[in-house]
Design a protein around this ligand. Structure first.
Ligand SMILES: Cc1cc2nc3c(=O)[nH]c(=O)nc-3n(C[C@H](O)[C@H](O)[C@H](O)COP(=O)(O)OP(=O)(O)OC[C@H]3O[C@@H](n4cnc5c(N)ncnc54)[C@H](O)[C@@H]3O)c2cc1C
Length: 408
């Protein structure tokens, strides 16, 4: 990294815009691989009460990056997953149970508070000499043939050969690169909150599928769980405005008291459901990662896991390009990134969309097909195991970090 003492201009090999979990992971992965990296992380602190279910591959990557050791004590393992059809419809699917030990894993993944994960990433970022963090907003982006320059709110500039856009769903960098998106809104809203419960959750995450969307409870350490409740917007508004005691009763009803009585904690979040995918994940000098590249509904815990695979992929391609004496921002490298990420993002987005639509549909044949699919999953062991393996570690996207191999 170089800094021009008079104008304050900063130059790195790569600049990452956006200090959310995807941007932080990319910056840590790049700097761990020895790449001089500048992270323009934004000036607004994130206030996020959500938790994220990180699948095993993501945890392997965070372990290889030296991040996981400082936050794993605050994460809860997800050893079993249950899908319960709570639609009350004529064609109801059987309950499906997945167990991580069936595919030789201790857990499918771990559930962790976003704040804890971000704090662990920030602590690791501070320990990497190849990484410079700048707590300012990018306010302008200029993309030239040989590099990218980002203007900061203070008037300083940061330039690099490659810019990684991790600046979320309204990405300034994506817009500057002229990359459009396809957008789909769903008639649903996700309400999130956490609760403590009187019974053990036994490291089991349960999805209750209702006709409005899934109500998912995910273990946290001790007798605590997080909730993602997908319902129609009016219902989300009603639930959000309930007094804690009334919401406790709602949760006990929706979970059929499987974790006993509950006490909801302060802090509820409301997220209208949408899917948005960039038409390309890269152009010359720019790659898109995390929600700058793809937003998918919070069903099946896919969003940030995709974002971490993006981060691992861009870090691997950059490290390899630099070792080969190549320019990491040239079109042949960024095109390789786009190609590497397309199938993973497309298949996950499609799977979540189909699952969600099959729940919302009143059309009997669709309900019957969904029921038959879940029945097959419950009854056919090899199919169930294949689905579990693909869910944890997709065949189409296996950057080295996701296999726990460090880049440095
Ligand atoms: C209810 C809910 C539950 C979810 N649960 C899961 C789950 O269990 N598992 C999972 O894998 N995923 C889950 N997700 C998805 C996950 O939360 C997102 O994929 C993830 O938060 C996106 O991270 P990101 O870093 O890409 O974007 P963000 O978190 O949006 O970060 C973007 C960052 O960029 C910064 N920024 C923006 N503009 C600028 C600028 N101009 N200059 C500098 N900085 C800028 C912002 O301040 C922010 O810090 C869930 C999502 C929702 C809504």
């Amino acid at each position: 990294m170089e800094s021009d003492g008079t104008s304050g201009a900063v130059t790195g090999e790569v600049l990452v815009v956006g200090g959310g979990p995807a941007g932080l992971t990319a910056a840590v992965a790049l700097a761990s691989g020895g790449v001089p990296t500048v992270l323009v992380e934004g000036s607004a602190p994130t206030r996020d009460n959500r938790t994220t279910a990180l699948l095993a591959g993501s945890v392997d990557a965070l372990t290889a990056l030296g991040v996981w050791e400082s936050c794993e004590a605050d994460a809860a393992p997800l050893k079993k997953l249950r899908i319960v059809d709570d639609t009350g419809r004529l064609w109801r699917a059987p309950e499906v149970r997945f167990s991580a030990d069936e595919i030789g894993l201790d857990a499918f993944g771990w559930n962790i508070a976003n704040r804890t994960l971000v704090a662990a990433l920030e602590a690791r970022a501070d320990a990497l000499p190849a990484l410079q963090r700048i707590a300012e907003d990018a306010v302008g982006v200029e993309i030239a043939e040989d590099g990218v320059a980002v203007r900061l709110s203070s008037g300083r500039t940061v330039s690099a050969r490659l810019a990684v856009a991790a600046d979320g769903r309204r990405s300034l960098v994506r817009e500057a690169a002229g990359i459009g998106t396809t957008h789909r809104a769903y008639p649903q809203t996700a309400l999130t909150f956490n609760f403590s419960c009187s019974r053990q959750h036994h490291d089991t995450s349960t999805e209750f599928h209702s006709a409005e969307g899934p109500f998912t409870i995910v273990p946290l350490p001790g007798r605590r769980m997080s909730v993602v409740c997908v319902v129609l917007p009016d219902e989300a508004e009603r639930l959000q405005s309930l007094a804690p005691e009334a919401l406790n009763r709602e949760v006990e009803g929706r979970t059929h008291s499987i974790v006993g009585t509950v006490a909801v904690e302060p802090g509820r979040g409301v997220f209208p459901l949408a899917a948005e995918t960039a038409k390309s994940f890269a152009s010359e000098r720019v790659v898109l990662i995390g929600e700058a590249a793809h937003v998918i509904p919070p069903i099946g815990a896919q969003g940030l896991n995709l974002g971490l695979r993006d981060a691992a992929t861009v870090a691997e391609l950059t490290v390899d390009a630099l070792r080969a004496g190549d320019d990491p921002g040239k079109a042949s490298v960024t095109c390789r990134y786009d190609a590497a990420r397309r199938a993973d993002v497309t298949t996950r987005t499609l799977a979540v969309d189909l699952l969600n639509r099959s729940l919302l549909s009143d059309y009997l044949p669709i309900q019957a097909t969904r029921g038959a699919g879940l029945w097959m999953l419950q009854k056919v062991g090899p199919l169930r195991r294949a689905v579990m393996r693909e869910g944890v570690a997709p065949m189409v996207a296996a950057p080295r970090l996701m296999r726990g191999e460090p880049l440095g």
